[in-house]
Design a protein. Structure first.
Length: 147
């Protein structure tokens, strides 16, 4: 299933949820860059080996630098008072204590880079606690864009 077919499926399901059965007969594979499908494939597996392989390959991490294991965390950093929330598709911590953020984006956004910087700043903010050093672990951001 490609992007156009995926959008057709979503529109058809808005009209009638039973249209999903029609699309299941037509297409053998789901559209991987749909947020929900991406999370099912890469975040809900038991050992996260697919996610680890994807991140290592996309970031060119090999040998001692390669991520060996990842622990997934809550994906939302609620805003304080009138600040915006930060909701990531996938956020995890590697065996070395480094953060990995994965965001899948299907629609063009003029402010995507600004949003990424905001997301990363929120993750950084949540790593510094009172009476701790400001030494921060590395943060990896992987954006999978389809626009």
């Amino acid at each position: 299933m490609n992007r156009t077919q995926h959008y057709s499926l979503l529109k058809a399901m808005e009209i009638d949820k039973s249209n999903l059965l029609k699309y299941q007969e037509l297409y053998k594979y789901a559209y991987i860059l749909s947020d929900g499908i991406f999370k099912i494939v890469f975040a809900e597996e038991k050992d996260h080996s697919l996610l680890i392989s994807l991140v290592n390959a996309m970031l060119g991490l090999q040998g001692d630098d390669a991520i060996k294991e990842i622990t997934l965390e809550m994906q939302e950093f609620p805003g304080v008072f009138n600040k915006k929330d930060c909701i990531l598709d996938i956020i995890g911590t590697t065996n070395a204590g480094e953060k990995v953020l994965v965001e899948v984006q299907q629609q063009g956004d003029d402010f995507f880079r600004d949003r990424v910087e905001y997301y990363i700043s929120r993750v950084i903010e949540n790593q510094v606690h009172t009476s701790e050093k400001y030494e921060l672990p590395r943060i990896y951001f992987l954006g999978l864009l389809d626009f």
